[in-house]
Design a protein around this ligand. Structure first.
Ligand code: HEM
Length: 428
């Protein structure tokens, strides 16, 4: 989706189809969100074609409230608006971490948390740095380089390593995870949207079934995340095979469909705001706020969804028990009630309370891993790259869930005096 700035042309939001994935590849949701925040912050979207209606919340305060208040807004019936019928039960309810509420949620989150401790993540730093160098090195030959395409493999490489997934499958897995969120995008669709979704799910679940079973056949317990999850018991119970598969899928999806777009955003912003990157090169203290601003700016997970558990009053309207409620993180992160100059990329922004990783019990469990990977990417960009220049048309993903890039051609100028040793990573 495009990231634009005011003044926005007026949009008639009654005509906008928030479910239409193709719309996000070409249109400007920021113009629509800004208008909704102002004039109808609890908008009841009732599609004319008979699809299930749903609520649309765009203000920071409401988004944050819904994500925190699991007693009023449940995750058990699914958390994404997609092509499935919103009135149907969710296939992974109570079994896949994102689709649970506390206390069941804690039972599934706890083992993953134990597998992704800060120590386990920190132990990956060397491997992560190599992954980042591998990502940037081919771009340093002065030729046009598509950072959006290259970044797709970035999270796959670090979650693949952590989960012990064979590297020959990484490219296909990355493609399959994108298919699950961009099923209408002509570059990813295989037949119609439902077929694409079914095919991607089927292949991913099959893949994880094989991985889980290979850990079981191995005799000694594997030390990768899948092995650790298999061996763990929570409150006296082990995860079933189905739960293992679903939660591996959730981890991979969580990483793959979000992180590349923040990586691409960081590179793109270097072209638009070189002075902010020069400042961060000189002063490492500026790197953290710069990365946080890239997360706010990119907000790759556009929305999440909950179902109301009881009647709730919002802005003078009543959300009835059982109704789907979508909350728009990309909009909350531009809310002028919370952020000063929200449409300005300011790498020195203080107190940046963005919701890119969500908030509340489902706060992104991969945030530590994603942050470390992106921090290393920023360090390496500053170390290896003098300048970034846009070199062609930026194309956006057709997805109502992910605000992402399909293509972003750039030309990188390497810093003067880079030695082969440094490029190979030996200088790190
Ligand atoms: C920049 C990168 C990332 C962004 C912007 C992001 C965003 C989010 C957000 C907004 C949520 C909250 C969902 C909700 O409230 O329903 C979430 C949850 C989650 N994320 Fe991430 N994520 C990122 C990276 C990752 C990575 C690297 C992993 C895996 C290693 C991951 C795995 C998950 C999982 C499994 C959940 C569900 C947690 C739960 O239900 O308790 N994410 N993510």
């Amino acid at each position: 989706m495009r990231i634009t700035r005011p003044p926005f042309a007026p949009v008639d939001f009654k005509d906008a189809d928030l479910l239409d994935s193709a719309w996000y590849a070409t249109a400007d949701p920021h113009a629509l969100w800004a208008q909704l925040r102002e004039s109808d912050p609890a908008y009841y979207c009732d599609p004319a074609d008979g699809r299930e209606p749903f609520w649309v919340l765009t203000r920071y305060e409401d988004v944050s409230r819904v994500l925190r208040e699991h007693e009023s807004f449940s995750s058990r019936r699914g958390t994404m608006l997609c092509i499935v019928d919103l009135s149907m039960p969710d296939f992974a309810s109570d079994e896949m971490m994102p689709d649970t509420d506390p206390p069941r949620h804690r039972q599934l989150r706890e083992p993953v948390n134990r597998a992704l401790t800060p120590r386990a993540i920190a132990a990956q730093e060397g491997a992560l740095r190599r992954i980042v160098r591998d990502l940037l090195r081919p771009a340093l030959d002065g030729e046009v380089f598509d950072i959006a395409q290259a970044a797709l493999l970035f999270p796959m490489a670090f979650t693949g390593t952590l989960m012990g997934l064979p590297s020959e499958h990484w490219r296909r897995m990355s493609e399959l995870t994108t298919m699950t969120v961009a099923y209408d995008d002509p570059d990813y669709a295989v037949g119609d949207a439902k077929t694409t979704l079914r095919l991607a799910h089927h292949e991913l679940f099959d893949f994880f079934r094989t991985e889980v079973r290979s850990r079981a056949a191995g005799g000694t317990e594997a030390t990768d995340v899948i092995g650790v999850l298999r061996a763990m018991d929570v409150d006296g119970e082990q995860l079933t095979e189905r739960q293992l598969i679903l939660n591996c899928y959730a981890l991979l999806l969580g990483a793959n469909v979000t992180t590349p777009h923040v990586a691409a955003t960081m590179v793109r912003m270097m072209a638009h705001h070189p002075e902010q990157y020069r400042a961060a090169r000189a002063d490492p203290e500026l790197r953290r706020p710069l990365l946080q601003e890239a997360l706010r700016w990119a907000s790759p997970a556009s929305h999440f969804m909950r179902y109301a558990v009881r009647d709730v009053e919002l802005h003078g309207k009543t959300v009835r028990a059982g109704e789907p409620v979508s909350v728009w993180l990309g909009s909350a992160n531009r809310d002028e009630r919370v952020f000063e100059r929200p449409y300005e990329f300011d790498g020195t922004r203080q107190n940046n309370k963005h919701l890119a990783f969500g908030v509340g019990p489902h706060y992104c469990i991969g945030s530590g891993l994603a942050t470390l990977g992106l921090q290393l990417l920023l360090d390496e960009l500053l170390e290896l790259v003098e300048a970034v220049e846009p070199a062609g048309e930026v194309r956006h993903l057709a997805s109502n869930f992910v605000a992402g890039y399909k293509n972003m051609p750039v030309r990188l100028t390497p810093r003067a005096g880079l030695t082969d040793r440094k490029l190979a990573g030996a200088g790190a």
